[in-house]
Design a protein around this ligand. Structure first.
Ligand SMILES: Nc1ncnc2c1ncn2[C@@H]1O[C@H](COP(=O)(O)OP(=O)(O)OP(=O)(O)O)[C@@H](O)[C@H]1O
Ligand SMILES: [Mg+2]
Length: 319
């Protein structure tokens, strides 16, 4: 299968008051055509930095190396002009909070039309028709009226649908959704996830879905990459991840998901804290929190190992 996104050994760091922060440290990821990859992990593990690297939207001071292959070309080798052409045209992004991304003084119609005009052009009528078509595609009821309304007149769910309409306006090859439903209540969250899934199938777009919530990821992703402290610790199909989670961190994450189908006592939490990324690591980064830690885990860095269908960064699986 052709890969749309192929990240190799990505490293991203920042100089900060606490010293140098290695936010992403040797990340490998791939997304095949029309597939959804879920990227999951606790707050601060480097999910957003990864997605912003793909969009090349990191601050100037960020130190970035490795390879971000997109349809066979390395995005890290592109200049600003080429990137502008790619962003919003071939790669687009949905953020957590639509209110901060929408312009409060423009109508919904004006904002969607602007995106279409910039990337595709067309006559006034063609742009208007395409706008209404997109609003129908993301299932905004009563689009003829809504097109003249402002963001504050809408619920969070409708605003997120508008962001999705803008993101898919140009039929991107890759859609990045960073916590797209975190700000929404559970029912609306489920509707938005279903919509993303449906559009992804209809348009055959590759999707990078980011969330700290493995429950959310499991509803939409074909494959899942679990991140911990700037690295991928497990990467496999969603089915395999739930059937046979291998890394102790993944096993812990799965135990934190509430389940409807069985009696469950108190929800478990993974004890301990995410480590500071400004430190020099040696050995497994999950060591201090791992119930299965062995002495050897602290001795040397651990590579991603092939274990059955999964890739796992854990000494329990080495020969
Ligand atoms: N512009 C920046 N300058 C300095 N440090 C940064 C910058 N952006 C991110 N970081 C640091 O990089 C690390 C990873 O941050 P990132 O935003 O990717 O986490 P995340 O996994 O998206 O977390 P969350 O679930 O809270 O969104 C954090 O330690 C963060 O403080
Ligand atoms: Mg984030």
């Amino acid at each position: 299968m052709k890969s749309v996104l192929d990240i190799k050994n990505l490293k991203v760091g920042f100089h900060s008051d606490e010293g140098f922060v290695q936010a992403v440290d040797g990340l490998d990821l791939q997304i095949g055509e029309g597939k959804t990859l879920g990227l999951v992990g606790e707050s601060g593990c480097g999910k957003s930095v990864t997605s912003l690297s793909v969009m090349r939207l990191l601050p100037e001071k960020a130190r970035i190396s490795g390879e971000i292959g997109f349809l066979g070309e390395d995005l890290l080798q592109k200049d600003q002009k080429e990137l502008e052409r790619i962003r919003g045209d071939k790669i687009s992004m949905i953020f957590q909070d639509p209110m901060t991304s929408l312009n409060p003084v423009l109508t919904i119609g004006e904002q969607i039309e602007e995106v279409i005009r910039y990337h595709q052009g067309g006559t006034k009528q063609e742009i208007r028709d395409r706008t209404l078509e997109l609003m129908d595609l993301v299932k905004i009821p009563d689009s003829e009226r809504r097109i003249r309304e402002y963001p504050h007149q809408m619920s969070g769910g409708i605003r997120q649908r508008i962001m999705i309409a803008m993101a898919i306006a140009c039929d991107p090859e890759l859609l990045i959704a960073d916590e797209p439903t975190t700000a929404l209540d559970v029912t609306v969250q489920a509707q938005i996830l279903a919509l993303i899934r449906e559009l992804q199938e209809k348009l055959n777009t590759a999707v990078l879905m980011i969330s700290h919530d493995l429950g959310v990821i499991s509803q939409v992703a074909d494959d899942v990459a679990v991140m911990y402290a700037g690295q991928v610790v497990e990467w496999t199909t969603t089915e395999e991840l739930f059937e046979s989670p291998k890394h102790p961190y993944t096993q812990g994450l799965i135990r934190t998901i509430p389940r409807m189908d069985e009696q469950q006592g108190e929800l478990e939490e993974i004890p301990g804290m995410v480590p500071e990324l400004s430190q020099e690591f040696k050995g497994c980064r999950f060591y201090d929190r791992c119930p299965k830690a062995m002495k050897a885990c602290k001795k040397a860095d651990i590579n991603l190992l092939d274990v059955e269908q999964s890739k796992v960064r854990c000494l329990l699986y080495s020969e």
